[in-house]
Design a protein around this ligand. Structure first.
Ligand code: COA
Length: 254
């Protein structure tokens, strides 16, 4: 099983555990994460959710083989269900990021409430490099967080950035030594055991309410373009290049 879940001391943990493929996320894994989030949302014993990867990798993003073989077709696709469950989760979601968080690995952080990153973490949203476009409201949230020109580095060039930069631009709370990230994130999640649960839920809802409609609308607009791009010759070239361990050649495209 490449997603491990557990509920300990009021915290529902979702651990991405597919290190042999750098924690690349498959449809089955999205489904397991969705189930865990939905269950956590209704389980009265759960006060917060913790999402973590492995010591050297958070996630290398969507499984590229899955992208080629069974690309998400509509909003019922497992990746949509997972992101919908995350965006609408009523309880606080805390992320602990060690190593690389690529593609949806970074995108999902934009929808968490607390993000703790290791000092060796590398975040990246290389959608354009894969012939794709930003997803799950990153085209809205990232420019809002850091301004257009910094967002262009991340979303157009796909430049990776450090945990420190993520903190600087408001994407993450704090940078920690790698060995302390998960324990620190867990301690923060456990603080919700001592807080009034309805007040927490209502407050989170209020904080998100001003942007929810725009986020949902943007997700839909992006999804249509993203879906078409997944089948584009540019993306096919990028995916083949990844598995052939070479640089993609976009010189023939207009
Ligand atoms: N989808 C499918 N397989 C992936 C993957 C992904 N997103 N990321 C890594 N893998 C696989 C590799 O194909 C390789 O498989 P193999 O051992 O059968 O050859 C294995 O995981 C190890 O990856 P590798 O690239 O050799 O590890 P690395 O330490 O050199 O690099 C990364 C790690 C994360 C930097 C690199 O794997 C990477 O860039 N992955 C793709 C990230 C990406 O573009 N994601 C965006 C998707 S939207």
């Amino acid at each position: 099983m490449s997603i491990k879940t557990a509920i300990v001391n009021g915290v529902a943990t979702i651990e991405i555990a597919r290190p042999e493929k750098k924690n690349a996320l498959t449809r089955v894994m999205y489904q397991a994460m969705t189930d865990a989030l939905v269950a956590a949302n209704t389980d009265k014993s759960v006060r917060a959710v913790l999402i973590q990867g492995q010591p050297n990798i958070f996630t290398s993003g969507n499984d590229i083989e899955d992208f080629m073989g069974s690309p998400p077709r509509d909003e019922e696709a497992p990746v949509f269900q997972f992101m919908r469950a995350l965006v609408t989760c009523e309880k606080p979601v805390v992320a602990a990021v060690n190593g690389a968080a690529i593609g949806i690995g970074t995108t999902m952080l934009l929808h968490c409430d607390f993000v703790f990153v290791a000092d060796d973490a590398r975040l990246a949203m290389p959608f354009v490099a894969l012939g794709l476009v930003p997803e799950f409201a990153s085209s809205l949230v990232v420019p809002r967080l850091m301004g257009h020109v910094k967002a262009a580095e991340k979303l157009l060039l796909g430049d990776p950035f450090t945990g420190a930069e993520a903190v600087e631009c408001g994407m993450a709370n704090a940078v920690l030594p790698p060995a302390e990230v998960v324990s620190h994130a867990r301690r923060v999640a456990e603080r919700f055991n001592n807080l009034a649960p309805s007040a927490v839920r209502e407050s989170k809802r209020l904080m998100r309410s001003h942007t929810t409609a725009q986020v949902m609308e943007t997700i839909q607009v992006e999804a249509e373009i993203f879906g078409a791009r997944l089948r584009s010759p540019e993306a096919t070239e990028a995916f083949q290049a990844f598995f052939q361990k070479r640089q993609p050649d976009f010189s023939k495209f207009e």
